[in-house]
Design a protein around this ligand. Structure first.
Ligand code: NAD
Length: 289
């Protein structure tokens, strides 16, 4: 297939390279010359504008920083400029309302479109092992699925337009909450004189067990290898967790959902980021407890 790829940053760069590796012809565009040059090294063909990149393609994939940019790129340069039969896939993490609005605008212009945010970080983007949660019609999903499969290990149809973003922010709100809970439990156990390894041995097979403990333990030297064992470098940046928690809080307001724990997690991550820790892995919040 011919695929336009817009936004070749930390995530998009690896994803576009995996589309090339799967045999697709990838037309790349990014505002950053450096990002575009490295996409070219991975086998993408560089273009000088979104409108040029989307000419004659079968699909358009985007991986952009936020909803305002996604809206502008699609409204100004993709819808009405990509061929009528192209399927549109936005993989960025953005607010639910914008995802729905852009998708509906695309549908009204005759395009199939999905929101397809990802779980997994830069390593998963490079390794082609992302999980995609997809919102859109059955027919849009079935057209998007083969494109997404070339970049991920799991592609799940969440529901109608916007449902991918709903799944993403609800999942990451839960992740933020249970990471802070795990950090609190380790810190208090240690203060009360319990060896962290002993606490792990017990809690990881008891009812407090959760992913933050057994797959991504915030306590250095305990559990499987995680960013805690590497000075909290790499992994999932605090700034990105905060972005997702802010999106979740916006969605809680528009939907009327009560999310007191999500709200508190957002406040704690906001304070942690403002104290200069935005680039550290989100499990580093244990340092404040
Ligand atoms: P990034 O900043 O590294 O990449 C974004 C790219 O978009 C940049 O190269 C930028 O130049 C480009 N860009 C911005 N405006 C543009 C425009 N108008 N036209 C073309 N290109 C434009 O960000 P990232 O880490 O790759 O994240 C991208 C998306 O993926 C975000 O929505 C983020 O929330 C989501 N995400 C990131 C991670 C992660 O671990 N980094 C994990 C899951 C989801």
């Amino acid at each position: 297939m011919k695929i336009a790829f817009i936004g070749l940053g930390n995530m998009g760069g690896g994803m576009a390279a995996n589309l090339v590796a799967a045999g697709h012809e990838v037309h790349a565009f990014d505002l950053s010359e450096q990002a575009l040059a490295s996409a070219q090294e991975s086998g993408c063909e560089p273009f000088t504008s979104v409108r040029d990149a989307v000419q004659n393609v079968d699909a358009v994939v985007s991986m952009l920083p936020n909803g305002a940019i996604v809206q502008r790129v699609y409204t100004d340069d993709v819808i009405g400029h990509a061929p009528a039969g192209a399927v549109l896939l936005d993989c960025s993490t953005i607010d639910v309302a914008t995802a729905r609005a852009v998708g509906e605008a695309a549908n009204s212009a005759g395009y199939d479109m999905v929101d397809a945010p990802v779980s997994g970080g830069i390593a998963a983007a490079n390794g082609g092992t992302l999980t995609f949660m997809v919102g859109g019609t059955e027919s849009a999903f079935s057209r998007a699925e083969p494109v997404l499969s070339a970049m991920g290990k799991a592609v799940i149809h969440a529901g109608a337009l916007g449902a991918g973003q709903v799944a993403k922010i609800c999942n990451n709100m839960l992740l933020g909450i249970h990471m802070i809970g795990t950090c609190e439990a380790f810190s208090m156990a240690e203060k009360l004189g319990l060896d962290p390894q002993k606490f792990y041995d017990i809690s990881s097979v008891s009812s407090g067990q959760c992913w933050s403990m057994t797959s991504y333990c915030p306590m250095p030297g305990v559990g499987p290898q995680s960013p805690a064992d590497n000075g909290y470098q790499g992994g999932f940046a605090t700034a990105l967790m905060l972005k997702d928690l802010k999106l979740a809080m916006e969605a809680s307001q528009t939907s009327g959902a009560e999310v007191p724990m999500g709200q508190r997690a957002k406040e704690l991550y906001e304070a942690f980021a403002e104290a200069g820790n935005g680039t550290l892995d989100f499990s580093a919040i244990i340092k404040t407890l």
